[in-house]
Design a binder for this molecule. Structure first.
Ligand SMILES: *[C@@H]1O[C@H](CO)[C@@H](O)[C@H](O)[C@H]1NC(C)=O
Ligand SMILES: *[C@@H]1O[C@H](CO)[C@@H](O)[C@H](O)[C@H]1NC(C)=O
Length: 498
């Protein structure tokens, strides 16, 4: 190993160790059942049961689903694997292709890094989940605007893609599942801009106002995913949402190289995400007529916040929590082969012994690739380069944001202002336009925030909350970033992320 390569590896390992221990520092054991945002919304088990009894899932309207992977790149294999798995699950559950709309960049199955060309798996011994997945919106058609147009059933607002939209009626049930990276108030997209929480909530309100669904369930996997709904999703829209994490913590990749269970040796990438595989592997096995959203929420919460390990996140629920007594069959259908596999609390699945912080999963990929590549090979050099680029982008973004905080608020107060977390139940920011403007201003001087930089969205929000305007932000950004770094992660060729 060359000296440079060695120091990169050391830096990366330090980095991974660091984010692991930060997350482990949270008390995952004690506060699982008494998070303040949940306590006041607790509903007893019997609630809504009479409603449940007189609705026959076969005559209660059409079931629709929108599945979206917000990333691309082989190091993000798991998000598209999650989405493909969800498609197979819904298909077995009886939903029709015309009612399942899939967004995926579609650069994984035939990626040159994929050891099984044409195949995608979502767990170590799993079957192919790629076959038959409808390619409704792929590549550069995976955009925020298309996602919103699909939810709203507005065909004229579409650009590219299959033209399939949620053409739903008042009795229909809608299931939306998103998997990707995120940050406070923001979800990633393989294209620019990213998806901001206020815009998503507006779309959901508009969908509700159009009277074109009975109930809508939203499952969301991303870092800080709670922040998308916290203080933002009102009750009364007939929407029930669960998220992989609360508003201020990472979510986790799973089936990663070096974990137990680990992917087959030839895979140098994580195969799934912790929350996502938890709900899907549960749904795969059970008769979903006998399992409620709430049963699943509890099981997934337990599996995702692994009490005996130094990883995990708090799965959360938002919106009309009362809907959680609905059977899953209304949204996911149910596989006839599972008709005798009734849900009981004990049959939860074995959690893995380790998981990877979502934000470090790309580094794990580059590291595993580097480790396995033959000494002196072009592949080894490429992996090393990928490491260095990812690491230097991280350092550039972290340092620039920190410095901007100090320039705006002073050496001591800077970090304090940037890291302030608002009380539970309050949205991240009052003025979302300010947030987006400041992100664009930062990117103008410092380059793209990219996937990793979404973690700093709370800092940008706090700068807005402190009353800083665009001009001041431009001035300090120009001071902090003399030029835009040349690495691919900083490139603005796709446009601003806000
Ligand atoms: C559909 O989208 C188009 C184009 O964005 C817009 O002009 C129109 O108002 C939308 N229709 C509805 C019903 O929202
Ligand atoms: C479920 O159990 C019933 C009664 O034992 C049996 O007739 C049926 O074939 C079983 N279904 C499946 C899918 O195994």
């Amino acid at each position: 190993m060359t000296r440079t390569a060695f120091s990169v590896v050391v830096v990366v390992l330090l980095f991974i160790g660091l984010s692991g221990s930060v997350s482990a520092g949270r008390d995952l054991v004690g506060d699982i059942l008494r998070l303040p945002s949940e306590a006041s919304r607790f509903f007893g088990r019997g609630h809504g049961a009479d409603v449940a009894d007189d609705i026959d899932d076969d005559s209660s309207g059409t079931k629709w689903a929108v599945l979206i992977a917000g990333s691309n790149g082989y190091w993000n294999y798991r998000h598209q694997a999650d989405i493909c798995h969800a498609y197979q699950l819904l298909k077995k559950g009886g939903l029709k292709d015309e009612n399942i709309i899939v967004f995926m960049y579609d650069d994984i199955a035939l990626n040159e890094e994929n050891p099984r060309p044409g195949v995608i798996i979502n767990k170590p011994d799993g079957d192919d989940v790629y076959e038959g997945v409808p390619k409704d919106y792929t590549g550069e058609d995976v955009t925020v605007d298309n996602f919103f147009a699909v939810i709203l059933g507005n065909k004229t607002a579409l650009t590219g893609g299959s033209g399939k939209v949620v053409d739903s009626g008042p009795n229909d049930h809608i299931f939306i599942y998103y998997s990707d990276h995120g940050g406070p108030g923001v979800l990633g997209m393989p294209t620019s801009p990213y998806l901001y929480a206020d815009d998503l909530i507006e779309v959901l309100k508009k969908k509700h106002a159009s009277g074109t669904y009975k109930r809508l369930v939203f499952y969301l996997e991303a870092c800080e995913s709670g922040s998308i709904f916290e203080g933002l999703l009102p009750e009364g829209l007939n929407i029930y949402a669960t998220t992989a994490s609360n508003a201020e913590e990472s979510s986790w990749g799973t089936y990663c190289p070096g974990e137990d269970p680990s992917p087959p040796e030839e895979y140098e990438t994580c195969l799934g995400d912790l929350y996502s595989v938890a709900w899907m592997e549960d749904s795969d096995k059970h008769n979903l007529r006998t399992e409620t959203l709430r049963d699943q929420y509890r099981l997934v919460k337990t599996r995702t916040a692994n009490e005996n390990s130094a990883y995990g996140s708090h799965v959360m629920q938002y919106g009309d929590i009362g809907l959680s007594t609905d059977s899953l069959v209304w949204y996911l259908g149910t596989n006839p082969e599972n008709e005798n596999s009734t849900f009981v609390d004990e049959n939860s699945l074995r959690p893995p012994t380790k998981a990877i912080n979502q934000r470090d999963a790309d580094l794990v990929h580059f590291w595993d690739k580097f480790r396995k590549a033959p000494e002196g090979s072009p592949r080894k050099i490429e992996a090393q380069k990928q490491f260095v680029e990812a690491m230097s982008h991280r350092m550039h973004i972290d340092n620039s944001v920190k410095l901007i905080g100090k320039l705006l608020f002073g050496i001591e107060k800077g970090p304090e202002v940037l890291n302030t977390v608002r009380p539970v139940g309050q949205p991240l920011v009052e003025d979302w336009d300010c947030l987006k403007t400041l992100v664009r201003t930062f990117e103008t001087h410092c380059g793209s925030i990219s996937q990793y930089g979404m973690k700093h969205m709370r800092s940008f929000a706090n700068i807005c909350n402190a009353g800083i305007k665009k001009d001041q932000m431009a001035e300090v950004s120009a001071q902090a970033c003399v030029s835009i770094p040349s690495g691919p992660w900083s490139s603005l060729h796709k446009g601003f992320s806000a």
